[in-house]
Design a protein around this ligand. Structure first.
Ligand code: DAT
Ligand code: MG
Length: 149
C-alpha cells in the first residue's frame, strides 16, 4: 500500500490546527503509520526542500519551516500520495479548490499549513528523512473491510 509524508507546518501548529488536519485524513480512511512532533533543524529543512534551493522564496521557506515545531506523519492507503495532495489543495491557497485544507484554512502561499509528498520517489526520500524504519507501525484495522476494495 502506498505511503506519503505529511507535515503540519509551523503555522498549523501555532494556529491549533493539528487535530483539524489529522482529522481530515483520518476521516477519509487513510491509515496513520507514523507520527512525531519535532523542531526542524536548518540542515533537515535544507535536505527536505533541496529541490527549491536557489529560488527566490527559498530563504523565507527555510526560515518559516524552522521557526516553530512541525508535526510529521506518514499516511498509508490506496493512492495515498495523490489523495493527500488533492485534500491539501494547490500550493497557492487562492487557487486551491474549495473543501481542501489550503482553501478552507489558509490565505498565503508562504503560510499554507501542510506539506505532502508529490511522487513515490519523493515520498520514499522524505519518509526516510523524518522517520526510522522502526518508527513506522504496521497495524491491522478492522474497518479496512468497509473502506478498501
Ligand atoms: P507544495 O507545498 O504544494 O508541494 P512546492 O513544492 O512548489 O509546493 O513549494 C514548497 C513550498 O514553498 C510551498 O508549500 C510554499 C513555498 N512556496 C512555493 N512557491 C512559493 C512562492 N512563489 N512564494 C512563496 N512561497 C512559495
Ligand atoms: Mg512540494
Amino acid at each position: 500500500m502506498e505511503r506519503t509524508l505529511v507535515l503540519v507546518k509551523p503555522d498549523g501548529v501555532q494556529r491549533g490546527l493539528i487535530g483539524e488536519i489529522i482529522g481530515r485524513f483520518e476521516r477519509r480512511g487513510l491509515k496513520l503509520v507514523g507520527l512525531k512532533m519535532l523542531q526542524m533543524t536548518e540542515q533537515l529543512a535544507r535536505r527536505h526542500y533541496a529541490v527549491h534551493e536557489g529560488k527566490a522564496f527559498y530563504p523565507g521557506l527555510i526560515q518559516y519551516i524552522t521557526s516553530a515545531p512541525v508535526v510529521a506523519m506518514v499516511w498509508e492507503g490506496p493512492k495515498a500520495i495523490e489523495n493527500v495532495r488533492k485534500m491539501m489543495g494547490a500550493t497557492r491557497p487562492e487557487e486551491a479548490a474549495p473543501g481542501t485544507i489550503r482553501s478552507d484554512l489558509a490565505l498565503a502561499t508562504s503560510r499554507n499549513l501542510v506539506h505532502g509528498s508529490d511522487s513515490p520517489e519523493t515520498a520514499a526520500f522524505e519518509i526516510g528523512l523524518f522517520f526510522n524504519e522502526n518508527e513506522l507501525i504496521e497495524w491491522s484495522r478492522e474497518l479496512d473491510d468497509w473502506l478498501l476494495e
